[in-house]
Design a protein around this ligand. Structure first.
Ligand SMILES: NC(=O)c1ccc[n+]([C@@H]2O[C@H](COP(=O)([O-])OP(=O)(O)OC[C@H]3O[C@@H](n4cnc5c(N)ncnc54)[C@H](O)[C@@H]3O)[C@@H](O)[C@H]2O)c1
Length: 264
């Protein structure tokens, strides 16, 4: 079992819901955090709160779709704290819409998902994760660090109508832990550095609170525990995945019993 005390977490999307909550959890358990986000003001606010509570924090405002920014983030962790033990690429966005939307009266397609909305989600949720993980993993190996890469999938990875962009990126997050674990296994490193994904249902963060509220009410009717998942509950799951070194190469769902899959 690993302990969080003195362990270094690199968290992207650290100014937002789950990323910020994970940073809080990590610091409360004695860890150090390196946070990045496109929102510089949000980042400073979260870092200020963590430091006020005695947390050791480094920040870098940056976009995860930039190769240079991801390299700088991983370097910052090594330069500041000398190691990386947890990589949590939480930066992500949604840009929902139907692939094609036929008008209910005429039957003719009047709207379709724009290439811009498709690519924006692919760039941040997939390419941004690839770059963050690649740069951090390189340094974890070169500095002989032990720890976990925890990717952010979603129940949307099973296929949610209106999210062909988002669901596709989250399905990719389910397979990446298997690829990364297999590659590390080939080099005898899979016991030292593990990779998993978590797949939350609907978590009470700005991402979900910004959704169409009628749609959200309908969704909550399908959640047996009758409420949104708390960001703190997600952070706690990641803490357990970090500590328990038997957990590797798979996706762990946290959704309050949500009925899974698109129902048309
Ligand atoms: N909230 C949910 O219900 C839920 C469910 C399943 C999965 N997830 C996943 O968890 C992760 C975190 O979600 P959240 O709900 O905390 O989202 P959020 O919108 O609350 O926070 C995301 C953060 O990422 C930042 N960000 C966006 N694009 C960025 C970029 N290119 N570079 C750097 N930072 C960027 C935003 O500024 C924001 O602070 C996402 O990957 C999301 O897909 C969330």
């Amino acid at each position: 079992m690993l302990t969080i005390q003195d362990a270094v977490a690199v968290i992207t999307g650290g100014a937002g819901g789950i990323g910020a909550e994970l940073a809080k959890y990590w610091v409360q358990h004695g860890g150090k955090v390196v946070l990045s986000d496109v929102s510089e003001s949000g980042l400073q606010q979260v870092a200020g709160e963590l430091r006020a509570g005695g947390g050791q924090v480094a920040t870098l405002a940056g976009d995860t779709t930039s190769e240079a920014a991801c390299a700088r983030l991983a370097d910052l962790a090594i330069d500041t704290f000398g190691a990386i033990h947890l990589v949590a690429p939480a930066a992500g966005i949604i840009r929902d819409g139907l692939l094609v939307a036929p008008d209910r009266e005429t039957g003719k397609v009047t709207k379709k998902m724009s290439l811009e909305n498709f690519q924006a989600v692919i760039n941040i949720n997939l390419t941004g994760v690839f770059l963050t993980v690649r740069e951090c993993l390189e340094r974890m190996i070169n500095h002989n660090c032990r720890g976990l890469i925890c990717l952010f999938s979603s129940t949307g990875s099973l296929g949610t109508a209106g999210q062909i962009n988002y669901s596709s990126t989250k399905a990719a997050m389910n397979v990446m832990p298997k690829v990364i674990t297999a590659e590390l296994f080939r080099r005898g490193l899979a016991g030292q550095i593990r990779c998993v994904a978590i797949a939350p249902g609907y978590v009470g963060t700005p991402m979900v609170k910004g959704m169409n509220q009628k749609a959200l009410e309908k969704i909550l009717e399908q959640v047996p525990i009758g409420r949104l998942i708390e960001p703190a509950e997600v952070a706690s799951l990641i803490g357990e995945l970090y500590r328990n070194e038997a957990l590797a190469g798979d996706t762990f769902f946290i959704h309050g019993g949500l009925r899974l899959g698109s129902k048309g």
